[in-house]
Design a protein around this ligand. Sequence first.
Ligand SMILES: NC(=O)c1ccc[n+]([C@@H]2O[C@H](COP(=O)([O-])OP(=O)(O)OC[C@H]3O[C@@H](n4cnc5c(N)ncnc54)[C@H](O)[C@@H]3O)[C@@H](O)[C@H]2O)c1
Length: 322
Amino acid sequence: MVKIMQVGYGYWGDNVAKKLWASDCFELVCLADADSKKCKYAERDYPSIVVTDNYKECLNNVDAVAICTQTQYSYDIAMEAMKVGKHIFIEKPLARTVKEAEELCEEATKQNIILHCDHLMVYNHVIRYIKDMIDKDELGEIMYIDISRVNLGPIRRDINAMLDLAVHDIAVADYILGGLEPDRINAYGTKFFGDQETITYLNMKMGETLININSSWISPVKIRRSIIAGTKKMVIFDDVASDKLTIYDSGIDVMRGKVYGEYEFKTRIGDIYIPRLEFEDALKNSLEAFADSVVTGKQSLSGPEPSLRVMKILEKAQKLLK
Ligand SMILES: NC(=O)c1ccc[n+]([C@@H]2O[C@H](COP(=O)([O-])OP(=O)(O)OC[C@H]3O[C@@H](n4cnc5c(N)ncnc54)[C@H](O)[C@@H]3O)[C@@H](O)[C@H]2O)c1
């Protein structure tokens, strides 16, 4: 069991604490939040553990720290905890800048520490199923990935919609395409409310695959949909539907003509298949992957290298937005 403390007990921290508490892999020994109101909630929800407004008080009593503060505070907390040898589970995005992310990764390497960024879609069972199909060449060459992650709010003040939402989709693209660096990146966004872009479009080319990521806090409806189109088959992952994955045996067949060198294109509309997938909790999977890394000493699928690649894409895209 990994003895862990959690820093930050806000909206998302509440979910993380529940999973840590329920998991056989962790002993949650302390909850810290700088806000006394949040401390009161933590005391009410977890009366048997230490609750503090100063996370430093508890650092010596744990093996690991789960950081669920706003991104602007997570770098300092992670650095402080790593300096005293604690393994880090850190909420996405890994940091505000590539420079900060590089420093975190360097410190983790120097101290032999597990640094796991909560890119939880990488631990989603549907994404894992799709990745398995790609690895078995069931989809063929991936032509494009088109992702919409949009909803009405919540509008964040410290980061924009891209840092908040596209981070998941970049991590997924990085994972399923095997860590390719993009050749091209383009990004647009607009600020309708406050200082941060409330809607962004990010386009990339990774190898021959075109990627389009739409992130928004100003959509009338919640959409979590990814189309991953291969030359053999295409899939749609709809994370808000009951049938999350639909596989289409559809595409374009190239038919040879009667004369040498002649060919024509024929659309193929084949079977549609909905695999039965047992539900898995991605956050639980992410936390357990972190625990496994702490035990084995092997960095996870969202360890320093992939997380840094994601940050580099995000930072380039951020510059283009400006
Ligand atoms: N993985 C996901 O799918 C997912 C989903 C939502 C949010 N998040 C991430 O979770 C993080 C938190 O988001 P949120 O919506 O819960 O924010 P929030 O503002 O609701 O909560 C953050 C909490 O951290 C506390 N905090 C800040 N500095 C602190 C410090 N130095 N010591 C102790 N506590 C401190 C604040 O008081 C607050 O209670 C963000 O990084 C966000 O990107 C991840």
